[in-house]
Design a protein around this ligand. Sequence first.
Ligand SMILES: CC(C)(COP(=O)(O)OP(=O)(O)OC[C@H]1O[C@@H](n2cnc3c(N)ncnc32)[C@H](O)[C@@H]1OP(=O)(O)O)[C@@H](O)C(=O)NCCC(=O)NCCS
Length: 159
Amino acid sequence: MSRDKFAAMTSLKIRQATVADVIPLSGLIRRTIRVSNFKDYDQKSIDRLCTIFEPEPVTKRIENELILLCFMGTELVGTVGLRDDYLRSMFVDPEYQGRGLGKMLVARIEEEARQRAIPEMMLHSSLTAREFYLALGYEFVEFQTYPEGPFVLMRKTLL
Ligand SMILES: CC(C)(COP(=O)(O)OP(=O)(O)OC[C@H]1O[C@@H](n2cnc3c(N)ncnc32)[C@H](O)[C@@H]1OP(=O)(O)O)[C@@H](O)C(=O)NCCC(=O)NCCS
């Protein structure tokens, strides 16, 4: 393991989000969309996606689904959510991508889903994250088009 990866793993903490986290959470997600999804979506789609993750709708998500937050020290660096049998809101700060944090967050949310006896996880992948989910064992189901742009429906058997 590289020194970077080791340093990252040793100071990592994962906990459930509360409404008190809404401002940094909304900021992390919208920053990541603008930096990382920009190459796969046009400006209108990026703006629509950012609207979905403004503080008010993010507060509703925190109240209605399980949202995990990943901190490196005191810095919020990643997040993932679970609503029913859907993995949602998966984002890793652009500065911290490629270090295994996304993989670790997916493993944690899959573990939670198994505890809830969810047999199959579904998700709508961005075009940006397709290869990431394929690497984690998710299968392509179909392309779907939304006002925010094209997404990829994917599935993985858990139980
Ligand atoms: C997609 C995302 C969450 C991945 O997080 P990450 O921390 O960078 O991913 P990891 O470092 O944990 O990668 C895990 C595995 O996926 C692979 N992977 C990640 N991104 C990849 C890509 N774009 N292409 C190919 N493989 C990729 C890695 O090589 C790694 O494989 P390994 O376990 O064999 O080494 C992150 O890049 C992100 O936030 N992207 C922008 C937002 C987004 O589109 N989110 C998804 C919304 S549905």
